[in-house]
Design a protein around this ligand. Structure first.
Ligand code: GDP
Ligand code: IMO
Ligand code: MG
Length: 425
């Protein structure tokens, strides 16, 4: 009787998609619980590379059910494109993919509000992916939203028209001109709605709880990362959902006492895309090297990801907030031949050294305190056993484990599904 949870512990893009895909055969159901197409989850296997935005990353395992949970916001146009993109894999999506009736729908005008709102912020912009996420969640909590279950009855279009009018008023008040064609967005949107209707739209909370009772194994897949959480992230430079463990309960309708393992994923360094504080950010050739070697460019927007050293103050915070029971370290292969490595173990703010993640981080005022580690030159991308990893990497891993007091169970050494080292429990 259990549900495991898999979450990103940094600012997103930790490699969640890769791991969900790699471990999906251990589960009967993979369920996404929050976020929307702001996510880009990359999966590589057998020479294929595929990026998923709304559909859970278990979709390539034909034996498991994938569920888009009630906490997710769905853009029907993007959803349709994702479905079309999966055609070549010959997966029976009408059988393997379920969608919660309670999930909210992103309207074309949500995307325009996102763009005009960002444009009006100037230098203070969030760096949103402009997928309409913030405005869609605002309508959800404002009790104006349209849900997937609504589209079964055609009368939803009346609600659509009145919400669209309201949005157009909001947009005109921003006094910003953005180059987005509402007509084109609406065309994609209505095609997408027809596509959505052809899927199995379900009362997902009942389905999941019944499945738990029947002894099925469920993996809840998070999107974004803990430091982008609406409550615990670097507000206001965050996304608009609870990306942390509690979000899985509200985003799927499962109680906390059903959760067993909480798997936290982090990169061996740190990245961030979009604006906001990032104490360990590197502005030098080392940061550039990490970006190039790690291909740190946004999977959804193609933007350069900002790169820096591993921040253990932030990691420990994420481990605490989520109650992480096991860790997965990603992309240590990217650090091969980089020379000495640094990890941040505390922040100096003014004359005060602190070892926790504070309410407000102003990057310029925070001086990360680092510990240095010897690096390694070995190419580790083909290593299959932890015993064959360089001693320096093993030391690095041991230090992280002792600092955050949670074991690292999986070491990822490349983007492919098979470039994964599982450690004995
Ligand atoms: P997600 O949003 O957490 O699923 O992560 P993204 O897919 O946005 O970004 C992770 C990127 O790193 C993708 O391009 C993956 O293919 C790649 N990746 C995942 N794990 C590894 C790894 O261990 N080593 C390397 N070099 N690349 C990895
Ligand atoms: P995955 O699931 C990295 C960032 C955006 C921006 C902020 C708000 O692939 O890890 P939003 O579009 O939500 O209004 O953007 O959050 N962001 C992500 N960064 N990975 C993601 O998802 C992200 N989703 C949103 O760059 O700074
Ligand atoms: Mg991503």
């Amino acid at each position: 009787m259990s549900l495991d949870l898999l979450l990103g512990l940094q600012w997103g893009d930790e490699g969640k998609g890769k791991i969900v895909d790699a471990i999906t055969s251990n589960y009967d159901i993979i369920a996404r619980f929050q976020g929307g197409p702001n996510a880009g989850h990359t999966i590589e296997f057998d020479g294929n590379k595929h990026v998923l935005h709304t559909i859970p990353s278990g979709i390539f395992n034909k034996d498991s059910i994938n569920l888009i949970g009630n906490g997710v916001v769905i853009d029907p146009g993007i959803f349709l494109k994702e479905i079309e993109g999966l055609n070549k894999y010959k997966i029976d999506l009408r059988k393997n993919l379920f969608i919660s009736k309670r999930a909210h729908i992103i309207l074309p005008t949500h995307k325009i509000i996102d763009a005009t709102s960002e444009a009006s912020k100037g230098k203070k912009k969030i760096g949103s992916t402009l997928k309409g996420i913030g405005p869609a969640y605002m309508d959800k909590t404002g009790r104006n939203g349209i849900r997937v279950g609504d589209i079964i009855d055609d009368s939803w279009q009346l609600k659509y028209n009145s919400l669209k009018e309201k949005h157009l008023n909001i947009i005109s008040n921003f006094n910003q001109s953005v180059e987005i064609s509402l007509d084109e967005l609406e065309k994609d949107f209505f095609n997408g709605i027809e596509c959505l209707k052809s899927f199995n739209l379900i009362d997902s909370e009942t389905y999941l709880n019944n499945s738990i009772e029947q002894g099925k194994k469920i993996l809840a897949e998070g999107a974004q990362g803990s430091l982008l959480d609406i409550d615990f992230g670097t507000y206001p430079y965050v996304t608009s959902s609870n990306t942390t463990a509690a979000g899985a309960c509200s985003g799927l309708g499962v109680a906390p006492n059903k959760i067993k393992n909480i798997i936290g994923i982090f990169k061996a360094y740190t990245t961030r895309v979009g604006s906001g504080p990032f104490p360990t950010e590197l502005f030098d050739s080392t940061g550039e090297r990490i970006r190039k070697v790690g291909h740190e460019y946004g999977a959804t927007t193609g933007r350069d990801r900002r790169c820096g050293w591993l921040d253990l103050v932030a990691l420990k915070y994420s481990v605490q907030i989520n109650g992480v029971t096991e860790l997965n370290i990603m992309k240590s292969d990217v650090l091969s031949s980089i020379g000495k490595l640094k990890v941040c173990t505390s922040y100096l703010i003014g004359d005060k050294e602190i070892n926790y993640f504070p309410f407000d981080i102003k990057s310029k005022e925070v001086i990360p305190q680092y510990i240095e580690f010897d690096g390694w030159d070995q190419n580790i991308t083909q290593v299959k056993s932890e015993f064959d990893l360089p001693k320096e990497l093993k030391d690095y891993i041991s230090f992280i484990e002792s600092f955050v007091k949670v074991p690292i169970q999986l070491i990822s050494v490349g983007p492919d599904r098979i470039q994964t080292i599982y450690r004995d429990k």
